[in-house]
Design a protein around this ligand. Structure first.
Ligand code: DAH
Length: 367
């Protein structure tokens, strides 16, 4: 329709201009009326407003450019009115029309929306946050460290010398292709959060009160209580005159805050290379109050964490970088516990693998 020639104006009088522009406006109206689909609409736009082949451009070329100076203003005004009219038609095309093809593009606000399922905190993360919060309230700050760790930080600086049998208690996943490095620089997946103790002390002078939650890895076969990935919370407190009494008081208060004020703690001698003396801590069963139930295997007590006074040898390693960690002047305690086990106990989860299954039927029970 629009590609036909533009009829030349037969004069420049207002009457002639009115007639000529009215004829074009009628054409616009006719072609706008035949818009049926988004495709038609685009065709209409191109035909009239297209920069190169649009009819408006052709009209302007034919009429405006050849007009004598006195007529240019008259033509220009009418030209602008025409353009506004075309744009308005374009805007209106489809709006309010009952045409189905056009309406198919519109949004039907009466349709039900997309319902997104509400997420829930994973029981492991919930437990993690709760434990961390207990220590934060006691003035501890929160630290992090890398999961891919060097032999030095994971073992040597924690007083596990190369070949020491204590290394065998932590079946280690090592990174391939490290054989040409000196042992201390070889990379492995950290088997515990304890290396962050060293990293923290190297970074800041005493005093230190820090809690370090994190993921750890061991080459353990998966069964109901083992998984090659699990989580620990590490704690470290270093200052002048820190005693075993501080350790006992801190952990007792923390266990009461976490499990309830009636929970009791007891300490047994143990061994960790990086603490001396070392202890295992049991809490009275928070489920039966100590009388014996399935959760505590009828013993009334549950073993929950390892701890001890920081071994002077550990301060020795740290003082290579931070000389203020002089075992003659300062002392400290450390502790570590498994988050998974605590979460399992708290929520009655029988299989650690469920925590890593991503199974929504399991997870939504904690929503
Ligand atoms: N890192 C030890 C482990 O994974 C747990 C532990 C024990 C951490 C005693 C400590 C500690 O900080 O003092 O078996």
């Amino acid at each position: 329709m629009q590609n036909d020639e533009i009829p030349p104006l037969s004069g420049w009088s207002e009457a002639e201009l009115d007639r000529a522009f009215a004829a074009v406006a009628a054409e616009v109206e006719k072609s706008a009326a035949s818009i049926r689909s988004p495709d038609d609409k685009e065709q209409f736009r191109l035909a009239w407003l297209g920069r190169k082949q649009g009819r408006l451009k052709a009209i302007s070329d034919a009429w405006l450019k050849s007009a004598p100076a006195e007529a240019k203003k008259q033509i220009g005004q009418r030209f602008n009115t025409l353009k506004a009219e075309i744009e308005q038609r374009l805007e209106q095309a489809g709006a309010g029309s009952s045409d189905s093809a056009l309406n198919a593009e519109a949004i039907d606000i009466t349709l039900p929306g997309t319902r997104r399922k509400l997420g829930a905190e994973h029981p492991l993360i919930k437990t993690w946050n709760e434990i961390v919060a207990v220590f934060q309230r006691m003035g501890y700050s929160v630290g992090v460290g890398p999961e891919v760790e060097t032999d030095y930080y994971n073992f040597e600086s924690l007083n596990f010398p190369p070949g020491h049998p204590a290394r065998d208690t932590q079946d280690t996943l090592v990174i391939v292709g490290q054989e040409r490095k000196p042992l201390r620089d070889r990379l492995l997946m950290r088997t515990h959060t304890s290396p962050v103790q060293i990293r923290t002390m190297e970074q800041q002078p005493p005093p230190v009160r820090i809690i370090i939650p994190g993921k750890v890895h061991r080459n353990d076969a998966a069964d109901a209580t083992h998984y090659p990935i699990f989580h620990q919370v590490e704690g470290l407190c270093v200052d002048t005159n820190i005693t075993f009494g501080d350790l006992k008081g801190t952990l007792d208060a923390a266990m009461k805050a976490f499990f309830g004020s009636s929970v009791k703690t007891r300490f047994f001698p143990s061994f960790f290379p990086f603490t001396e003396p070392s202890a295992d801590v049991q809490i009275s069963c928070p489920f039966c109050g100590g009388s014996g139930c399935r959760k505590c295997k009828q013993s009334g007590w549950i073993e929950l964490l390892g701890c001890g006074m920081v071994d002077p040898a550990v301060f020795g390693f740290v003082s290579q970088k931070q000389s203020l960690y002089d075992p003659a002047r300062i002392s400290g305690f450390a502790f570590g516990m498994g988050i998974d086990r605590i979460a399992m106990m708290k929520y009655g989860i029988g299989d650690i693998g469920l925590l890593y299954s991503g199974d929504q039927r399991f997870l939504e029970q904690f929503a």
